[in-house]
Ligand binder design. Structure first.
Ligand SMILES: *Cc1c(COP(=O)(O)O)cnc(C)c1O
Length: 222
Protein backbone atom coordinates (compact mmCIF):
# COMPACT_ATOMS: atom_id res chain seq x y z
CA UNK A 1 0.00 0.00 0.00
CA UNK A 2 1.28 3.49 -0.82
CA UNK A 3 2.09 6.02 1.89
CA UNK A 4 -0.70 8.14 0.50
CA UNK A 5 -3.20 5.34 0.90
CA UNK A 6 -2.22 5.03 4.59
CA UNK A 7 -2.40 8.78 5.10
CA UNK A 8 -5.78 8.88 3.40
CA UNK A 9 -7.08 6.16 5.75
CA UNK A 10 -5.69 8.00 8.75
CA UNK A 11 -7.33 11.32 7.78
CA UNK A 12 -10.65 9.57 7.11
CA UNK A 13 -10.46 7.90 10.53
CA UNK A 14 -9.84 11.26 12.24
CA UNK A 15 -12.64 12.86 10.23
CA UNK A 16 -15.02 10.07 11.23
CA UNK A 17 -14.07 10.30 14.90
CA UNK A 18 -14.54 14.09 14.93
CA UNK A 19 -17.91 13.70 13.22
CA UNK A 20 -18.98 11.21 15.92
CA UNK A 21 -17.85 13.56 18.68
CA UNK A 22 -20.00 16.25 17.08
CA UNK A 23 -22.91 13.79 16.79
CA UNK A 24 -23.27 14.70 13.11
CA UNK A 25 -25.88 12.68 11.24
CA UNK A 26 -23.84 12.57 8.01
CA UNK A 27 -20.09 12.27 7.55
CA UNK A 28 -18.46 15.48 6.31
CA UNK A 29 -17.04 15.46 2.79
CA UNK A 30 -13.28 15.23 2.51
CA UNK A 31 -12.14 17.59 -0.24
CA UNK A 32 -8.57 16.58 -1.12
CA UNK A 33 -6.75 19.76 -2.13
CA UNK A 34 -4.57 18.67 -5.05
CA UNK A 35 -3.16 22.07 -6.09
CA UNK A 36 0.57 22.02 -6.90
CA UNK A 37 0.89 18.29 -6.06
CA UNK A 38 2.86 16.12 -8.49
CA UNK A 39 1.02 13.62 -10.69
CA UNK A 40 2.48 10.61 -8.86
CA UNK A 41 0.79 11.67 -5.61
CA UNK A 42 -2.50 12.34 -7.40
CA UNK A 43 -2.31 8.89 -8.96
CA UNK A 44 -1.84 7.27 -5.55
CA UNK A 45 -4.72 9.29 -4.12
CA UNK A 46 -7.01 8.19 -6.94
CA UNK A 47 -5.92 4.60 -6.31
CA UNK A 48 -6.73 5.08 -2.62
CA UNK A 49 -10.31 5.76 -3.67
CA UNK A 50 -10.50 9.51 -3.04
CA UNK A 51 -13.11 11.01 -5.39
CA UNK A 52 -13.51 14.66 -4.30
CA UNK A 53 -10.75 17.16 -5.11
CA UNK A 54 -10.21 20.87 -4.58
CA UNK A 55 -8.21 23.24 -6.76
CA UNK A 56 -7.49 26.92 -6.43
CA UNK A 57 -6.60 27.82 -10.01
CA UNK A 58 -8.78 27.24 -13.05
CA UNK A 59 -5.93 26.72 -15.51
CA UNK A 60 -4.01 24.32 -13.32
CA UNK A 61 -7.21 22.36 -12.65
CA UNK A 62 -7.92 22.15 -16.37
CA UNK A 63 -4.50 20.69 -17.01
CA UNK A 64 -4.80 18.17 -14.21
CA UNK A 65 -8.44 17.06 -14.53
CA UNK A 66 -9.18 17.97 -18.13
CA UNK A 67 -5.96 16.52 -19.57
CA UNK A 68 -3.60 14.46 -17.36
CA UNK A 69 -6.35 12.64 -15.41
CA UNK A 70 -9.23 13.27 -17.83
CA UNK A 71 -10.09 9.56 -17.86
CA UNK A 72 -11.11 9.85 -14.17
CA UNK A 73 -13.14 13.03 -14.55
CA UNK A 74 -16.58 11.40 -14.74
CA UNK A 75 -16.10 9.66 -11.37
CA UNK A 76 -14.93 12.79 -9.56
CA UNK A 77 -16.39 15.83 -7.88
CA UNK A 78 -14.24 18.94 -8.36
CA UNK A 79 -14.38 22.00 -6.11
CA UNK A 80 -12.95 25.40 -6.98
CA UNK A 81 -11.63 26.82 -3.69
CA UNK A 82 -9.55 29.74 -5.01
CA UNK A 83 -10.64 33.22 -6.17
CA UNK A 84 -12.43 33.29 -9.53
CA UNK A 85 -11.99 36.09 -12.06
CA UNK A 86 -15.05 36.85 -14.16
CA UNK A 87 -13.12 36.21 -17.39
CA UNK A 88 -12.59 32.61 -16.23
CA UNK A 89 -16.24 32.05 -15.25
CA UNK A 90 -17.13 30.07 -18.38
CA UNK A 91 -14.17 27.72 -17.96
CA UNK A 92 -14.92 27.30 -14.26
CA UNK A 93 -18.59 26.51 -14.88
CA UNK A 94 -17.60 23.92 -17.48
CA UNK A 95 -15.02 22.21 -15.26
CA UNK A 96 -16.17 22.39 -11.64
CA UNK A 97 -19.06 20.72 -9.82
CA UNK A 98 -18.81 23.16 -6.92
CA UNK A 99 -17.56 26.77 -6.80
CA UNK A 100 -16.80 27.74 -3.20
CA UNK A 101 -15.62 31.30 -3.75
CA UNK A 102 -18.65 33.32 -4.81
CA UNK A 103 -18.21 36.78 -3.29
CA UNK A 104 -19.43 39.63 -5.49
CA UNK A 105 -22.24 40.65 -7.79
CA UNK A 106 -20.07 40.88 -10.89
CA UNK A 107 -19.20 37.22 -10.42
CA UNK A 108 -22.87 36.25 -9.95
CA UNK A 109 -23.63 37.91 -13.29
CA UNK A 110 -20.78 36.15 -15.04
CA UNK A 111 -21.75 32.78 -13.54
CA UNK A 112 -25.37 33.12 -14.65
CA UNK A 113 -24.27 33.96 -18.17
CA UNK A 114 -21.78 31.09 -18.25
CA UNK A 115 -24.30 28.61 -16.85
CA UNK A 116 -26.86 29.58 -19.48
CA UNK A 117 -24.35 28.88 -22.22
CA UNK A 118 -23.14 25.66 -20.59
CA UNK A 119 -26.56 24.32 -19.66
CA UNK A 120 -25.97 23.84 -15.95
CA UNK A 121 -24.75 25.68 -12.88
CA UNK A 122 -22.27 24.24 -10.38
CA UNK A 123 -23.29 24.12 -6.72
CA UNK A 124 -22.29 27.43 -5.14
CA UNK A 125 -20.79 28.48 -1.80
CA UNK A 126 -20.39 32.05 -0.66
CA UNK A 127 -16.94 32.84 0.70
CA UNK A 128 -17.03 34.93 3.86
CA UNK A 129 -14.02 37.01 4.88
CA UNK A 130 -14.53 36.26 8.58
CA UNK A 131 -11.36 38.05 9.61
CA UNK A 132 -12.15 41.15 7.49
CA UNK A 133 -8.66 40.89 6.04
CA UNK A 134 -8.11 43.54 3.34
CA UNK A 135 -6.05 41.25 1.08
CA UNK A 136 -8.48 38.35 1.27
CA UNK A 137 -11.51 37.82 -0.92
CA UNK A 138 -14.93 37.03 0.49
CA UNK A 139 -18.02 38.89 1.57
CA UNK A 140 -17.66 40.74 4.88
CA UNK A 141 -19.82 39.24 7.65
CA UNK A 142 -21.88 42.45 7.96
CA UNK A 143 -22.58 42.45 4.24
CA UNK A 144 -23.55 38.79 3.99
CA UNK A 145 -27.34 39.17 4.51
CA UNK A 146 -27.61 41.74 1.71
CA UNK A 147 -25.42 39.66 -0.59
CA UNK A 148 -27.53 36.55 0.00
CA UNK A 149 -30.72 38.50 -0.69
CA UNK A 150 -29.24 39.74 -3.95
CA UNK A 151 -28.14 36.24 -4.88
CA UNK A 152 -31.50 34.67 -4.10
CA UNK A 153 -33.91 37.37 -5.26
CA UNK A 154 -32.16 38.99 -8.20
CA UNK A 155 -30.11 36.09 -9.55
CA UNK A 156 -32.38 33.20 -8.42
CA UNK A 157 -29.39 31.32 -7.05
CA UNK A 158 -29.52 29.33 -3.81
CA UNK A 159 -26.13 28.93 -2.11
CA UNK A 160 -25.44 25.42 -0.90
CA UNK A 161 -23.12 26.67 1.80
CA UNK A 162 -20.71 29.20 3.25
CA UNK A 163 -16.92 28.91 3.13
CA UNK A 164 -14.16 30.65 5.09
CA UNK A 165 -10.37 30.74 5.33
CA UNK A 166 -9.46 32.06 8.79
CA UNK A 167 -6.51 34.44 9.14
CA UNK A 168 -3.27 32.43 9.21
CA UNK A 169 -2.06 34.03 12.45
CA UNK A 170 -5.19 33.58 14.56
CA UNK A 171 -6.97 30.71 16.28
CA UNK A 172 -9.44 29.29 13.78
CA UNK A 173 -12.28 28.40 16.18
CA UNK A 174 -13.79 31.90 16.53
CA UNK A 175 -13.95 32.07 12.72
CA UNK A 176 -15.60 28.66 12.47
CA UNK A 177 -18.06 29.73 15.14
CA UNK A 178 -18.86 32.95 13.27
CA UNK A 179 -19.36 31.11 9.98
CA UNK A 180 -21.64 28.57 11.61
CA UNK A 181 -23.75 31.32 13.17
CA UNK A 182 -23.96 33.21 9.89
CA UNK A 183 -25.18 30.05 8.15
CA UNK A 184 -27.87 29.50 10.78
CA UNK A 185 -29.01 33.13 10.76
CA UNK A 186 -29.25 33.16 6.97
CA UNK A 187 -30.71 29.71 6.32
CA UNK A 188 -27.68 28.32 4.53
CA UNK A 189 -27.31 24.55 4.83
CA UNK A 190 -23.62 23.71 4.56
CA UNK A 191 -20.25 24.81 5.91
CA UNK A 192 -16.90 24.43 4.14
CA UNK A 193 -14.29 25.09 6.82
CA UNK A 194 -11.15 23.47 8.16
CA UNK A 195 -7.82 22.64 6.49
CA UNK A 196 -4.90 20.35 7.36
CA UNK A 197 -4.16 21.94 10.73
CA UNK A 198 -7.68 22.28 12.04
CA UNK A 199 -10.15 20.06 10.15
CA UNK A 200 -11.04 18.06 13.27
CA UNK A 201 -11.88 21.26 15.18
CA UNK A 202 -13.90 22.49 12.20
CA UNK A 203 -15.92 19.26 12.12
CA UNK A 204 -16.57 19.48 15.85
CA UNK A 205 -17.96 22.95 15.11
CA UNK A 206 -20.24 21.77 12.33
CA UNK A 207 -18.20 21.65 9.10
CA UNK A 208 -19.99 19.60 6.44
CA UNK A 209 -16.88 19.61 4.25
CA UNK A 210 -13.20 20.10 4.99
CA UNK A 211 -10.47 21.09 2.52
CA UNK A 212 -7.33 19.12 3.30
CA UNK A 213 -4.13 19.38 1.25
CA UNK A 214 -0.76 18.84 2.88
CA UNK A 215 -2.02 16.47 5.61
CA UNK A 216 -3.13 14.13 2.82
CA UNK A 217 -0.54 14.56 0.08
CA UNK A 218 2.49 15.86 1.96
CA UNK A 219 3.91 19.37 1.75
CA UNK A 220 3.45 21.33 -1.47
CA UNK A 221 6.74 21.95 -3.25
CA UNK A 222 6.43 25.22 -5.15
C1 LIG B 1 -4.48 25.29 -0.19
C2 LIG B 1 -5.82 25.43 0.43
C3 LIG B 1 -6.30 24.49 1.36
C4 LIG B 1 -5.48 23.32 1.86
O1 LIG B 1 -4.48 23.74 2.71
P1 LIG B 1 -3.65 22.67 3.63
O2 LIG B 1 -3.17 23.47 4.76
O3 LIG B 1 -2.57 22.13 2.76
O4 LIG B 1 -4.62 21.62 4.03
C5 LIG B 1 -7.58 24.66 1.86
N1 LIG B 1 -8.37 25.68 1.46
C6 LIG B 1 -7.95 26.59 0.57
C7 LIG B 1 -8.87 27.69 0.18
C8 LIG B 1 -6.67 26.50 0.01
O5 LIG B 1 -6.26 27.43 -0.87
Amino acid sequence: MSDISNTHKDVLAKLTAASKRAAQSALPTLVAVSKVQPDARIKDMLAAGQRVYGENRVQEAQRRWGETFANHRDDLTLHLIGPLQTNKAAEAVALFDVIETVDREKLLKALVKAAEAHGSMPRLYVQVNTGAEPQKSGVLPDELPAFLTLMRDTYKLEPEGLMCIPPADEAASPHFWLLSNLAKANDVAKLSMGMSGDYETAIEMGATSVRVGSALFGAREY
